[in-house]
Design a protein around this ligand. Structure first.
Ligand SMILES: Nc1ncnc2c1ncn2[C@@H]1O[C@H](COP(=O)(O)OP(=O)(O)OP(=O)(O)O)[C@@H](O)[C@H]1O
Length: 254
């Protein structure tokens, strides 16, 4: 259920890759338990913004971040933040499905095992629950010990979502999760997102405007590192306030 409480409160966020100023003074409140879409032309900073939310940019040398990203009332860039714990709370699904080269079961059990769960019965429950939540249990319950690499692309992507859910995150970041999938697999992921949004905060980067319009409650339009417009998805697609947003969503550029 959508609440007005922000999951993330981002204030004055700037990000530099060396001399490249990739994000410029971003201010945005992202509501919890709903779907927020990030749209904009290639290179506008969508992925960079997503990575700021779980500090994935820490891994890129020469990156500098200014401003604050409050998650559950705490700035995740504070020195005392445990990044491992943070990333346990914030799962990420990438453009290309990236299951580990191991069985379906071991993919889903991977995160819980890393976090110290060894008990087989507990792991069995987590694997089943996560696969059910990802709408994969019925398809895969007899293939738990098959290699994840033998699944279709769409199943692999839902498995990656199940792997994410297994560590009970609060947030799922999705970076163009359907761009490598056909329309049927895409629609399964979109259905799944609708099921998950009551329990999770989902933020999706997408190049597909129809997808943003179909799945999200709020949409943010980025252009050249700036957040140009952010409001209810319906409003942004029906009556954008900024001419640049209108040009983008009507296909006049990008
Ligand atoms: N690791 C990096 N090092 C240096 N510059 C980078 C790095 N990653 C991204 N950039 C630059 O930062 C800007 C924003 O890139 P980003 O990948 O966030 O855009 P995007 O909107 O997600 O693009 P796309 O839709 O093509 O994936 C671009 O100018 C890009 O060249």
């Amino acid at each position: 259920m959508t609440t007005d409480k922000p999951a993330f409160k981002v204030e004055g966020l700037d990000l530099y890759y060396g001399k490249t100023h990739a994000l410029k003074n971003i201010n945005i409140d992202i509501p919890e338990r709903s779907i927020t879409a990030i749209i904009g032309p290639s290179g506008c900073g969508k992925s960079t913004f997503l990575k700021c939310l779980d500090r994935m940019n820490d891994l890129i040398p020469g990156t500098r971040v200014e401003g604050t990203v409050n998650f559950k009332g705490k700035n995740i860039y504070d020195k005392d933040v445990d990044v491992v714990e943070l990333r346990k709370n914030i799962g990420m699904v990438f453009q290309k499905p990236n299951p580990f080269p191991m069985s379906v079961y071991d993919n889903v059990a991977y995160g819980p095992r890393i976090h110290g769960i060894k008990d087989r019965a507990k792991l069995d429950i987590t694997v089943e629950t996560s696969l059910r939540q990802a709408a994969l249990w019925d398809e895969l319950k007899d293939r738990l010990h098959d290699s994840a690499m033998s699944l279709s692309g769409g199943q692999q992507q839902r498995l990656c979502i199940a792997r994410c859910l297994a560590v009970e995150p609060e947030v799922i970041l999705m970076d163009e999760p359907c761009s490598a999938l056909d329309p049927i697999a895409t629609s399964k992921i979109e259905d799944l997102m609708q099921k998950l949004k009551d329990r999770y905060t989902i933020i999706i980067v997408t190049h597909n405007m129809q997808q943003a319009a179909r799945v999200s409650e709020k949409t943010a339009f980025f252009l050249m590192g700036e957040l140009i417009e952010y409001c209810d998805t319906k409003k942004i697609f029906e009556a954008p306030k900024d001419k640049r947003t209108e040009d983008y969503i009507t296909g006049r550029f990008g």
